[in-house]
Design a protein around this ligand. Structure first.
Ligand code: G6P
Ligand code: MG
Length: 219
């Protein structure tokens, strides 16, 4: 039986995925790496340094920068990202998500956050959702990033559940892979054409309700 929900944050609860995209595409341009939809989708869910590595590898520049230079580039991206984060308000929560969280609370489901972002607590606070999520996996404790299942296993653990008792929500293909490898039920948020490995997909966050999830699980 499902007893808990493990949430990705960026691109699931709010549209911070667009801010990550803006900041990374600006850096890619500066580095002379061509931006594409494929690169944009591939970056979703990856940690800050894994994202930088993917951009550099895509441009054939993986050997062009020292570790110190890479740290600087990643910090530059994060500084720009944080400029966007400053503008976030509770009105930026995706449609229906607050209602879904209330429904889960009322029905006694447990919830945690499985975001690779070190900025997740800041974003949750800007959205005024901190109280909903006492349990947030600290990405600093991870040995491997998504698509590895580690973060999703930890997210179940911190709410005292087995992975099989959890549904994981993700907008990233790397995240869906991680949820599946963790043996949780994967709920994709976004395009079914992209999130092909998900157990179920919702294109519109307004449609994410317990009734709709149960209907999809039984079909
Ligand atoms: C999330 C986002 C990624 C982002 C990563 C690290 O997984 O989907 O786009 O790169 O977090 O975020 P951070 O805020 O720590 O740089
Ligand atoms: Mg995401």
């Amino acid at each position: 039986d499902i007893k808990g929900f493990v949430f990705d944050l960026d691109g699931v609860i709010t549209d911070t995925a667009q801010f990550h995209t803006k900041a990374w595409s600006k850096l890619a341009q500066q580095l002379g790496v061509e931006w594409s939809d494929e690169l944009q989708n591939g970056l979703k869910g990856l940690s800050r340094m894994d994202s930088l590595e993917l951009i550099l590898t895509t441009g054939g520049k993986e050997n062009d920068y020292s570790a110190t230079e890479k740290e600087k580039l990643a910090t530059q991206k994060n500084d720009l990202y944080l400029q966007f984060v400053k503008t976030i308000t509770p009105a930026d929560i995706f449609p229906g998500i607050k209602e879904f969280l209330d429904e889960l609370n009322q029905q006694g489901y447990l919830m945690s956050i499985a975001s690779a972002s070190k900025n997740a607590p800041t974003v949750l606070s800007k959205l005024e959702l901190t109280d909903y999520f006492e349990h947030v996996v600290d990405p600093n404790t991870l040995t491997k990033g998504k698509p590895d299942p580690e973060i999703f296993i930890k997210a179940a653990e911190i709410i005292g559940l087995k992975p099989e008792q959890c549904i994981g929500l993700e907008d990233a293909t790397a995240g869906i892979s991680g949820i599946n490898a963790a043996n949780e039920v994967s709920l994709g948020v976004g395009s079914p054409a992209i999130l092909t490995e998900a157990d179920m997909v919702f294109e519109d966050t307004k449609e994410i309700t317990l009734a709709n999830i149960k209907a999809k699980m039984n079909s």
